[in-house]
Design a binder for this molecule. Structure first.
Ligand code: BES
Ligand code: MN
Ligand code: ZN
Length: 497
């Protein structure tokens, strides 16, 4: 949605199915709503006087066939107190507009919201947030429903520029917002697919399909025999119990100069996490199909970066495997040797994410990266610490951490840093091997990152724990969120300068 275009000029003569204007709680009308009110001889002020709308946030009034106005309908939506309007308020407003338009009769709409001031945001960034929120609201996943949702009549949304001079910033906001949303949608869909469909083999096929679609993209898939030859004993210990073979997928995109070091992303792609022999309890185990959301994020970011044609070099790895119990599965107490040579005592087979990631992180060294960011639904402890709104962020390089925190704020897809102090490392001591794969009940997100840090000494590295942010649990909104595609795409947009 929000397809393409920007319009400017006199509001009352614009042809559209629905003209959307906001009304704040302030006593006097200003901006677009004022222009329309003048054009229709005060019909909107009359509605305010009659108590049909007051400007309270989220209130709506649909007016049909107003005199003196070309648009078929005018949707007036309350935007609350001007001084309180921040990202969250803007998102709620756009969600309400999307819900109203989706069920309404208009086949196209023009949104005047770019004119609305949002705390800390310029025209470009608030308009991009608007586009992304609109797209997020219109996303549907019904490919397994026999009865599809009735398709909405709404086919396109345009944005209105108050001045011709604003049109350029708006066009950029739309194209960036669309690219990010296309990536986010892909991530959500991969995350929502069930584990019996979305296997490691399926992900490898999807990657190859993406490679066919974009000639700038090179895809390579390593098979288990290749991983064995590389010494990836840790990764292979996770897929050992499953009939589904693991896949290590590489995406390479060259948009920068040949000599530019690549930025790297590494995604955890456990297509189903039963816990293995350390079996998880049954309640809500279905949600462990989302344990490949780090991988799905990589797909989404790659799609966004390629469609934005960013002038950077990007190499991404997706480690895909299924974690199952069986007679061939790894057992608690087993000792495996990672590609780095470090031996690992697997005390809990449910701490499998770090076991697949560590070998991918060692493999990443050969690409001489400028930086490596891994993305993983790694710990339940992160959900306890930060809930569903904020991703956990840890790493070995302060500058990289700052860049990611900033990108998260810019994209309204925030992360928060947790400490990676040396004191926590001792929790991983093992009497039998170089390192244990769990660090006890305390600070689970931090000890998971400590584990990864043993494999990332060769480059600036950061880790995003998205266990809480990658999906919405239970309820009617259950499903993948597509986070942190906006954060990471913003980070790479910033790298591109
Ligand atoms: N995939 C899970 C982490 C997870 C839990 C993500 C809940 C989303 C929601 C991960 O593989 C896991 O099982 N981690 C264990 C680690 C523990 C055994 C040290 C956990 O968090 O319980
Ligand atoms: Mn697990
Ligand atoms: Zn897992």
């Amino acid at each position: 949605m929000a397809q393409g275009n920007v319009k400017h000029g006199t509001l009352e003569t614009i042809k559209t199915g629905c003209l959307v204007v906001t009304l704040s709680e302030a006593k006097t009308l200003t901006g677009p709503v004022k222009m329309l009110d003048n054009a229709c001889n005060g019909q909107i002020s009359a509605a305010i006087k009659q108590g049909d709308i007051s400007g309270k946030a989220g209130q709506t009034l649909m007016l049909f066939g107003l005199p003196g106005i070309t648009a078929q309908r005018v949707l007036v939506i309350g935007s609350g107190k001007d001084e309180e309007l921040g990202d969250r308020e803007l998102r709620k407003l756009v969600q309400k507009i999307a819900a109203t338009l989706k069920d309404g009769g208009a086949t196209d709409a023009l949104l005047t919201l770019p004119a609305l001031a949002v705390k800390g945001r310029d025209l470009y960034s608030r308009s991009r947030l608007l586009v992304e929120t609109l797209r997020e609201s219109l996303y549907q996943f019904d490919q397994f429903k026999s009865k599809k949702a009735t398709p909405s009549r709404l086919k396109k949304c345009l944005l209105w520029a108050a001045d011709k001079a604003d049109a350029e910033a708006l066009a950029l906001a739309i194209s960036h917002g669309q690219a990010i949303s296309d990536g986010t949608d892909l991530t959500r869909t991969l995350g929502n697919l069930p584990g019996n469909v979305c296997t490691p083999t399926y992900l490898a096929k999807e990657a190859k399909a993406l490679g066919k679609q974009y000639k700038e993209l090179e895809i390579e898939v390593l098979e288990e025999k290749d991983m064995k030859a590389l010494g990836m004993g840790s990764l292979l210990s996770v897929s050992a119990g499953s009939a589904e073979p693991a896949k290590l997928i590489r995406f390479s995109y060259q948009g920068g100069k040949t000599k530019d070091k690549p930025h790297m992303l590494v995604g955890k792609g456990i297509t189903f996490d039963t816990g293995g022999i350390s079996l998880k309890p049954g309640a809500a185990m279905d949600e462990m199909k989302y344990d490949m959301c780090g991988a799905a994020t990589v797909f989404g970011v790659v799609k966004a970066v390629v469609s934005l044609q960013l002038p950077i070099n990007l190499v991404c790895l997706v480690v895909a495997a299924e974690n199952m119990p069986s007679s061939t599965a790894t057992k608690p107490g087993d000792i495996v040797t990672s590609m780095s040579g470090q031996t690992i005592e697997v005390l809990n087979t449910d701490a499998e994410g770090r076991l697949v990631l560590c070998d991918a992180l060692t493999y990443a060294e050969r690409f001489k990266p400028a930086s490596v960011v891994d993305i993983a639904t790694l710990t339940g402890a992160c959900v306890v610490a930060l809930g569903a709104h904020t991703s956990g962020l840890l790493g070995n390089n302060d500058a990289l951490i700052e860049q990611l925190l900033d990108a998260g704020k810019q994209a309204d897809d925030r992360a928060w840093q947790l400490p990676l102090f040396d004191e926590y490392q001792e929790q991983l001591d093992s009497p039998f091997a170089d390192i244990a794969n769990i660090g006890g009940p305390k600070a689970g997100t931090i000890t998971a990152a400590c584990f990864l840090s043993r494999f990332t000494k060769a480059y600036p590295w950061a880790h995003l724990d998205i266990a809480g942010t990658a999906w919405t649990s239970g309820g009617k909104d259950k499903g993948a969120t597509g986070r942190p595609v906006p954060l990471l795409t913003q980070y790479l947009l910033n790298q591109a300068g």
